[in-house]
Design a protein around this ligand. Structure first.
Ligand code: R5P
Length: 313
């Protein structure tokens, strides 16, 4: 992954700790370096029956500093929500007065309304849960489709939503100058607009109808893809079916190549193979979710957001 130049600087105030779990040690070190924080690991033990026990990195007096940041990217979210509950409640009794969640990927944001009677609106439930645990939340491209701001989903004093669109656009401009940028569905229009505005890419957005988890129908917009290097840009790829179908249609329309850039590399199951089978060339992503496709680091922008939290709190 390309290194991100960052001046060591304590972005969240003096003696602020960056707490993390073992599986996110690498991104925690990158963020700690960019933000000038000290990263410390939360020890996690899983009992034979599946319950979790956490041990927090307290000082010799058994205390934590008044300010702490907890890094947890919420892909594979269900168990992590329990970790957040345990850790965030416990740090308060150990001295933490201000706790920021940095969740580069924020789960449960897509179910933002009851599409059928009785469906749980997960965005509201999980948003309310996180608001009860944290004073500030920082995330990246949280898939806010029917609401305008992150604070409408997570009502904390500071709720900051960054975007991967511009850093991804910078990467695309280096690797595919003159690319035709295509969004696979209406929801991607916001990221396509940001990326295109930054580098003047030609751009267009498809229309999509979802029939099931792995079943989508896509229509290309009026565009001339003949001979063009196309880059599909979206906030996330989960099963990969959306991007795969869009890629097939673009190649049928004469595109010379189709590459993919996403903020969140969920890539569930056979998603990457599905993209390859559809003729996709390169797959690029931010490091919001650790994945072999990561090419665009977000530690710099996340550190900048932590400075904002520090300034106004
Ligand atoms: C939804 O609108 C998102 O922006 C993505 O397009 C969607 O989650 C992709 O899902 P999948 O990869 O499963 O088709």
């Amino acid at each position: 992954m390309a290194a991100h130049p960052a001046e060591p600087h304590n972005a969240a105030g003096p003696a602020c700790l960056l707490l993390h779990f073992a599986d996110e040690a690498a991104p925690a070190q990158r963020l700690a370096h960019a933000a000038g924080l000290t990263a410390k690991e939360i020890d996690r033990h899983r009992f034979p029956d599946g319950e979790l026990k956490l041990r927090l990195p307290v000082d010799a007096a058994g205390r934590l500093p008044p300010r702490a940041v907890l890094l947890r990217s919420l892909h594979d979210p269900n168990e992590k929500l329990v970790e957040l509950l345990l850790a965030a409640r416990a740090v308060r009794s150990l001295g933490v007065q201000h706790l920021t969640l940095v969740a580069p990927y924020l789960a449960y944001m897509r179910q933002d309304m009851a599409f059928h009677p009785g469906e749980v609106v997960s965005q509201q439930v999980v948003g309310g849960f996180l608001a009860g645990l944290f004073d500030a939340v920082v995330t990246v491209d949280p898939h806010l489709h029917r609401i305008d701001t992150l604070s409408q989903a997570i009502a904390v004093p500071q709720a900051l939503a960054l975007s991967g669109a511009e850093p991804l656009a910078d990467w695309i401009a280096q690797r595919r100058p003159g690319a035709l940028l295509v969004g696979p569905d209406g929801e991607s229009a916001q990221w396509i607009a940001q990326a295109a505005a930054r580098h003047g890419f030609d751009h267009a957005v498809c229309t999509k109808v979802r029939h099931g988890d792995r079943d989508v129908a896509i229509e290309l917009p009026p565009l001339n893809a003949q001979g063009r290097a196309v880059v599909l840009l979206d906030d996330m790829a989960s099963t990969g079916r959306t991007l795969a179908l869009a890629a097939r249609l673009l190649l049928q329309a004469g595109a010379a190549s189709v590459d993919v850039a996403v903020t969140h590399a969920l890539f569930a199951g056979d998603a990457l193979q599905v993209l390859r089978d559809a003729g996709v060339g390169e797959v690029w992503s931010t490091d919001c979710i650790p994945h072999p496709s990561n090419t665009v680091p977000m530690a710099g922008p996340l550190a900048q957001a932590l400075r904002q939290c520090s300034v106004s709190s």
